[in-house]
Design a protein around this ligand. Structure first.
Ligand code: SF4
Length: 486
């Protein structure tokens, strides 16, 4: 008799994404490499769950991971009265589900799956369909099925008032259309788990949809023997698939006539020759820049559940800037701002920025829509500062399109991010030597600084690391421009 495996909604959904993923998760979990973004999603989900509980006060929260205890407490909550229940547990045929929220109404309980996304996604539908089926089989068919997602038009008024952050959408019809398939999904997952060998699944679209798979490096190990894989072709998914299908692995082996996109042709030519290319247009554009020149970079944070009054979910909120000012005599001044008080940093950010950027001279940035949008949002939030901020927006000079259209070095391997460009120009400014070395780490460092208890020494060390990171971004632009000019 084959061993029967306990299933949960998550396991069934993993199987829906890829049978091999579920098999590996259960039989070889040590091969998983957890995606940091998944951990961030999990943390976000918890915060949104906390808000949901706040929005339905007086409910029963089944806050135990113990299956037996959760089932017993759910049964008793259902018996004891008509009130909201969070994380109710239901079991049928060894399939366990936990319902985010059950809301009592005249005809029974409304099932609400609470999600941190800003709309209903396809994978939410399978998720709630499995919940509904198990609940039906366990004897409590939900009266209605809803997905509650974040309303991104919500503006937080402050004082922990989150009414309106979550928006419920009915998915009754979708659940009704799919529910008959659930027994087949369960049987298929069970039969996959009973196999002694891992299923032979070829990596494909499913490896990144709906979320990146933790076993990607196991199924598709990085090709360490290929210096310039065809995947470095920028924005070339279809072309890469075609080249792979024809057996090409290294871009240098691809005949040039196979490529038609001018960027692909340049990347291919430079990769083969090993010689960097810089067009005269880029040299002329940077030579013409008047002085004083300002080099500017922002760091931002986005919260699923807003923490500062007047802000909304997932809005990019600036908390740090770095600005180098270069005069015609070559004298360089550095100014910076970083607020780690935990309070809303935007007003002080805007005021200090206005003072730093003066009233004339180009403001060099790397990807102007990002800095420009933040300055426009600050102008909207603080009308008394709008004129100066918008004047700053009009002075932005974007280095990124110039690099993208006129510069390429083989070591950039298809990327024009400042972190790919800088080592080709100033190898001594290596980001990997920094404690905080990329935007995600900067956001984590900021969250640690404002949200975690730490010793004064650790706090100061992390604050300095964050300052050093942002300063390097503006220094990098100076190096790029001075190298191109020369
Ligand atoms: S990497 Fe792709 S093929 Fe491998 S288990 Fe994950 S989803 Fe399946």
């Amino acid at each position: 008799m084959p061993k029967s495996f306990s299933l949960s909604k998550s396991k069934i959904l993993l199987h829906r994404q890829c049978p091999k993923r579920l098999w590996l998760q259960v039989h070889k979990p040590e091969l998983a490499e957890v995606d940091p973004a998944a951990e961030a999603r999990f943390r976000d989900g918890n915060k949104v769950g906390d808000v949901a509980r706040q929005l339905y006060p007086g409910g029963d929260f089944i806050d135990t991971l113990n299956r037996k205890e959760a089932l017993a407490r759910t049964a008793s909550a259902l018996e004891s009265g008509h009130k909201p229940i969070f994380e109710a547990a239901f079991l049928h045929n060894d399939v366990l589900v936990r319902a985010d929220l059950l809301v009592p109404e005249a005809s029974g309980y409304r099932l609400v799956e609470v999600k941190s996304s800003t709309s209903v996604k396809d994978y939410h539908l399978e998720d709630i369909t499995v919940q509904t089926w198990v609940m039906q089989q366990a004897g409590l068919a939900p009266s209605r099925c809803m997905v509650a997602h974040i309303d991104n038009s919500f503006v937080y008024p402050g004082n922990s008032k989150y009414q309106g952050l979550l928006k419920e959408e009915s998915v009754d019809l979708e659940v009704r259309d799919m529910i008959a398939e659930v027994p087949d999904w369960i049987a298929a997952a069970q039969s996959t788990l009973e196999r002694s060998e891992e299923p032979g699944v070829v990596p494909g679209e499913q490896c990144s949809h709906p979320f990146p798979c933790d076993f990607a490096n196991y199924c598709s190990p990085p090709e360490t023997d290929v210096a310039f894989p065809v995947e470095i072709l920028p924005y070339g998914k279809k072309m890469v698939e075609q080249l792979r299908a024809e057996g090409y692995r290294d871009l240098r082996d691809v005949p040039e006539e196979k490529l038609s996109n001018p960027k692909h042709i340049r990347v291919h030519r430079v990769t083969k020759s090993g010689q960097a290319e810089l067009d005269q247009e880029a040299i002329d554009a940077v030579r013409e820049l008047p002085y004083p020149r300002y080099y500017l970079d922002f760091e931002t944070i986005a919260f699923s559940v807003p923490v500062w009054a007047g802000t909304g979910p997932y809005k990019q909120l600036p908390f740090q800037w770095s600005c180098h000012i270069e005069n015609s005599d070559g004298v360089l001044t550095h100014k910076e701002f970083l607020d780690i008080s935990g309070g809303d940093p935007r007003r002080a950010f805007a005021e200090t920025l206005i003072e730093a950027i003066g009233t004339s001279g180009p403001i060099v940035v790397y990807n102007a829509p990002f800095e420009g949008s933040r300055m426009k949002e600050l102008a909207e939030a603080f009308p008394d500062l709008a004129a100066q901020l918008l004047a700053g927006v009009n002075r932005l000079f974007d280095l990124l399109p110039l690099a993208r259209n006129h510069y390429y070095h083989p070591a950039m391997k298809g990327s024009w991010s400042i972190k790919a460009v800088l080592p080709t120009i100033a190898p001594e400014l290596d980001y990997s030597n920094l404690t905080v070395s990329h935007g995600g780490m900067a956001q984590d460092a900021y969250l640690d600084l404002i949200g975690h208890e730490m010793s004064a020494g650790d706090k100061e060390g992390l604050r300095k690391a964050l300052l050093a990171y942002c300063e390097q971004d503006t220094l990098a632009m100076i190096r790029v421009i001075s190298r191109w000019k020369a």
